[in-house]
Design a protein around this ligand. Sequence first.
Ligand code: MTE
Ligand code: MO
Length: 371
Amino acid sequence: MEPTALCTLGDISPLFHSQAAPPPGGPIVKPLPHDLFIVHGASAEMRWEAMRGQGYHVPNDRFFVRNHTTTPLIDVRTWRLRLHGDGLRAPRSFRYEDLLALPATTRDVAIECAGNGRSFFATQQGTPATGTQWRLGGIGVARWRGVKLSTLLKLAGIAPDAVDLLPTGLDGEYVEDGVNHGHVRRPLPVRKAMADVLVAYEMNGETLPPDHGFPARLVVPGWAGISSIKWLGGIEVARRELTSPWNTGLYRLDEPLTTQVVKSAFELPWEARLEAGRQHILRGRSWSGRGHIARVEVSVDGGRSWRRAYTRRTVAAWTPWHFAWCPATPGPYRLMARATDETGATQPEHAAYNPNGYLFDAVVEHPVTVV
Ligand SMILES: Nc1nc2c(c(=O)[nH]1)N[C@H]1C(S)=C(S)[C@@H](COP(=O)(O)O)O[C@H]1N2
Ligand SMILES: [Mo]
């Protein structure tokens, strides 16, 4: 039980650090203010405290960006989305206006980098993994609007024996350790493409911003973010299995990565300071690529005891929750949140190590100080 008798119901917001903003870095077009983002080279993760007081969706100004190279600025007047390959009976190109004129679909979908949480392989498990050292801010949920990919594939006469698609981005070629991997592209099975994938041209009611794929991007629900190709230029459709470095070497364990794992995050600054002797409403969100979150538990004593957080039923993209905590004694604490999804998948104490640090699903210990 919480010592609520000792607790005054006070200001529920934690004490925020204010820090001088260093100059933003990286070839991203939108501003990356220090209070919203942690910049990692060409990518930028959202600070979780930036979701405090926000609604269900991550506003476009704070949505994380993961770029292999730089954000291209594409002229929509000459842009075409070209559908080609031996898996189509009527290959064709779509102009921007063609997309806008087709029946539109709106969906709340999370996009999450497969490397989200990677830094905890080093800091929490003592086994560093190579790649961008994300904390938990490599995810965002937006309301995406666009055309179903299945609609475009049907218009292009997709063959019954088509197997794989290869969507390709119009950003620069990706060179890593002296090896040119070419344009960012990753095979997508026809089965998934026909099921629930969008070709999105709007994000949270605005024209898709340049950093998030203008004029059009894929939105692939539940799957690793690399599937959701930005700045879409072409889609090959083939009657055989396709490969690219993004499913043969990168973003792969035994098999190419598909579904994202279960995770949870507190909407608190890292190393937040909270006042002793009053009630704090700890807020956070949990998500899983497999579907709805069924249960969220929180521990404020390093995992010895757990209590249910209050969740409201929402769509599958993610589930906001809250938890009342009244810390009596000043000192350092580790807050932990553990979610279980509708398939029974839950967050373990330890995530399975892999050298590229994909799919970190363990409970994250969020350090705070009670003062
Ligand atoms: N063309 C292209 N598409 C891309 C990428 C990229 O670098 N180029 N990055 C991918 C990765 S790894 C992720 S996690 C998501 C990130 O989407 P966001 O930048 O809109 O958050 O886009 C994916 N689509
Ligand atoms: Mo990613």
